[in-house]
Design a binder for this molecule. Structure first.
Ligand SMILES: [Cu+2]
Length: 67
């Protein structure tokens, strides 16, 4: 399953790493691709193991807003 999340507040490589690592820590998240300029995050995941809600929470815990 693929999803694109709109994430506000990512500005630099550090933000990119923080969001990427937070998502990859979740079981079921296979691939994460952050696009800083667009403010989007592409995620490839196993929908039987992880929910979009959990991904949003993980990103928000890092201090970014998911739209
Ligand atoms: Cu940053």
């Amino acid at each position: 399953m693929d999803i694109t999340l709109n994430v506000e507040g990512m500005t630099c490589g550090h933000c990119k790493m923080a969001v990427t690592n937070a998502l990859k820590e979740l079981e079921g998240v296979k691939n994460v691709d952050v696009h800083l300029e667009e403010g989007t995050v592409d995620v490839n995941y196993d929908e039987t193991k992880v929910s979009v809600e959990k991904m949003k929470e993980a990103i928000e815990e890092q201090g970014y807003d998911v739209k």
